[in-house]
Design a protein around this ligand. Structure first.
Ligand code: ADP
Ligand code: MG
Length: 181
């Protein structure tokens, strides 16, 4: 069974764009994930703990043959690979990967809650989700992600991230060389 998975990406340490790009490449090369597409990249104010650097955020969609639990484990392995490169530091993260939505499934366990519980409160998730599919329906609220974004109102702390004056793009490698999740 193939279901649409939406994954939130965030980084606020080191070469933030490179961490996001490596994550997109790794996801595109993962056996069990196909049709990988990335949203635009946004620079966003830190949420919760505010005395830390701004984040870059994006969302990736994929058709997943992996079960949600297996996909989350894979995301955690990718996080660990990125985290390992900054183990001597404390504080902000090189890479955060959250499973936002998985088909129309609603799962609740300490290890995995889907839809992601804070999805509807975060512009930095809703804005890139709307890039990919504004009509996507949140399976708990029954509302589209565009409606949730509208309900939050404009957020000046979620801004398109520009490189040399142009919006940054996360590229997906040509299909072919997939590795096992
Ligand atoms: P956050 O992303 O909320 O800042 P962490 O990435 O440190 O925090 O939290 C990861 C923990 O949240 C893991 O223990 C993981 O099992 C759990 N978790 C529950 N639901 C999800 C989800 N949908 N996506 C990612 N992690 C989740
Ligand atoms: Mg996380």
């Amino acid at each position: 069974m193939v279901e649409s998975a939406y994954i939130g990406l965030g980084s606020n340490l080191g070469d933030r764009l490179a961490y996001l790009q490596r994550a997109v490449t790794a996801l595109a090369e993962t056996s069990g994930l196909t049709g990988v597409l990335a949203s635009g990249v946004y620079e966003t104010a830190p949420y919760g703990v505010t005395d830390q650097p701004w984040f870059l955020n994006a969302v990736v969609r994929a058709d997943s043959r992996l079960a949600p639990e297996a996909l989350l484990e894979h995301l955690q392995r990718l996080e660990a690979q990125a985290h390992r490169q900054r183990d001597r530091h404390w504080g902000p993260r090189t890479l955060d990967l959250d499973l936002l939505l998985f088909g129309s499934r609603c799962l609740t366990s300490p290890a995995l809650t889907v839809p992601h519980p804070h999805l509807t409160a975060r512009s930095f998730v809703l804005v890139p989700l709307c890039d990919l599919d504004p009509e996507l329906i949140h399976p708990v609220t029954g509302r589209t992600v565009a409606e949730h974004r509208h309900a939050l109102g404009p957020d000046p702390t979620t801004r398109p991230y520009l490189v040399g004056g142009s919006p940054a793009i996360l590229s997906t490698p040509p299909s072919g060389s997939q590795t096992h999740a």
